[in-house]
Design a protein around this ligand. Structure first.
Ligand code: UDP
Length: 444
């Protein structure tokens, strides 16, 4: 069978944790719409694929394929979110190599989560292009690409307040804002080593796609373009491919409709994080004392984890739900502030909604996002002392919801909101970059 006449196959490698596989699948689905002659195989763990695909999906064009999760037989999740990641990384890249070989298909390209540096070697062996997708923002990407230089200049475990003024657009960033494993912490963990390798390999990719837009951070983006071939800012991708209209079963939007403009604190720490008990308690106490209305998307059992009687006492002020339609919530005019862990998707969605943030980062590049939001973009506050205390939280809520400073932050984030929508408008920068990517994927 001649290659010209046969269907083109592309292998996609997803990272099955936190909110990584979801944006990659959205990208692939959109690519598939623009490249109907290409078949995509979406390699991911069975569990993650189950949560992403539904029986109504078109498996012909985007097919879920299973890779081994690396979990021991009979494994039960004990509550430590790092544990399944460590098992998975031990099984990688062997699990992807095996799954690809098992299909027997002649793949003509690899589109992968940028984490998977080993894809470069695989692509070389297969003599096909490698297109990594970085699902976070441009500044963490630059940090990972420049990691060796940063380590040389700052030293390992050097003073925490040293700044990265040697890196364009990063003079406000301090050593303490960097992700764990860059200049301190677990430099040798499987996760840190993966990110280190990623930074070293990305310059050899065919193109690097990123879920961001050029205008969000022009100096950093310009610097990245000098480091990477074909840097393609194609976001905020959620605006191009909003989540399917899921019914708002917990009634968040109805509830928000009854609150005054810019009055509500929306609280959510992404898909995996629950803050430790003392902090949950402090946050709850602050909400109760401040009397601002709040909507809380809560992982875990709220009635057991929040202070006794809190739910009853705040019944008329607050709504606590197990999952919220976040993009829609943040776009609702009643939302006044987003209390967030600063995951990239959350930061992006807050910008799209034009909502200032109160930041309580936990891991990965969340601290770097917080610093960027607070000190570079100026539309958010780091929580005092880095952890929720009753006083610190009340102070931050009051600044954003009821001060002139808060109003100014809202104006500032509004400017970024406009830039975000422009980037995905008909001839916006992200559309042009996406078209380039489609061309890359369909080309032979
Ligand atoms: N999300 C949501 N409803 C919730 C909680 C989270 O829709 O109640 C979505 C949110 O809109 C975002 C993603 O889950 O797209 C969280 O991604 P992020 O990168 O912020 O955090 P992670 O889950 O990776 O820690």
């Amino acid at each position: 069978e001649g290659r010209e006449n046969s269907q083109k196959h592309i292998a996609v490698f997803a990272f099955p944790f936190a909110t990584h596989a979801t944006p990659l699948l959205s990208l692939v689905r959109k690519l598939s719409q623009s490249a109907p002659d290409v078949k995509f195989c979406f390699f991911n763990t069975a569990q993650s694929n189950e949560s992403l695909f539904s029986k109504d999906d078109d498996f012909e064009r985007v097919k879920p394929c299973t890779v081994d999760s690396g979990l021991p037989e009979g494994y039960t999740f004990g509550g430590n979110p790092h544990e399944p990641v460590d098992y998975f990384l031990k099984a990688t890249p062997g699990n992807y190599k095996k799954a690809v070989a098992d299909t027997g298909l002649p793949f003509e390209g690899l589109v992968t989560d940028a984490f998977f540096w080993f894809s470069k070697e695989m692509a070389d062996e297969m003599r096909v292009p490698w297109i990594p997708y970085f699902t976070a923002g441009p500044r963490p990407l630059l940090i990972h690409v420049d990691i060796d230089d940063i380590r040389t200049r700052l030293g390992i475990n050097g003073p925490e307040d040293q700044t990265l003024e040697f890196l364009p657009g990063c003079s406000a960033i301090r050593a303490m804002d960097l992700p764990d494993g860059v200049v301190s912490g677990f430099l040798d963990s499987p996760f840190s080593r993966m990110l280190h390798k990623m930074g070293q390999m990305l310059p050899f990719a065919s193109a690097v796609a990123i879920n961001s837009f050029e205008e969000i951070d022009p100096i950093v983006v310009q610097t990245l373009k000098s480091r990477l071939p074909n840097l393609l800012n194609i976001g905020p991708f959620i605006l191009r491919s909003p989540p399917p209209f899921s019914s708002d079963i917990h009634g968040c939007i109805d509830w928000l409709n009854q609150r005054p403009k810019a009055s509500v604190a929306y609280i959510c720490f992404g898909s995996v994080i629950t803050p430790p008990p003392q902090e949950l308690e402090a946050l709850a106490e602050a909400l109760e004392a401040c009397q601002f209305p709040f909507l809380w998307s809560f992982r875990g059992k709220a009635e057991e984890m929040l202070p006794k009687g809190f739910l009853e006492r705040t019944n008329d002020k607050g709504l606590i739900v197990p999952w919220a339609p976040q993009l829609k919530v943040l776009g609702h005019p009643s939302i006044g502030v987003f209390v967030t862990h600063c995951g990239w998707n959350s930061v992006t969605e807050s910008i799209i909604g034009g909502v200032p943030m109160i930041c309580r980062p936990f891991f990965a590049e969340q601290k770097l996002n917080q610093r960027t939001v607070e000190a570079v973009w100026g539309f958010g506050l780091a929580i005092e002392g880095g952890k929720f205390t009753k006083d610190g939280t009340m102070k931050a809520l009051k600044v954003i919801l009821s001060s002139e400073e808060g109003k100014l932050m809202r104006e500032k984030v509004g400017v970024f909101k406009e830039l975000a929508f422009k980037a995905v408008d008909s001839d916006g920068s992200s559309i042009k970059n996406f078209n380039f990517l489609v061309d890359f994927v369909t080309r032979r």
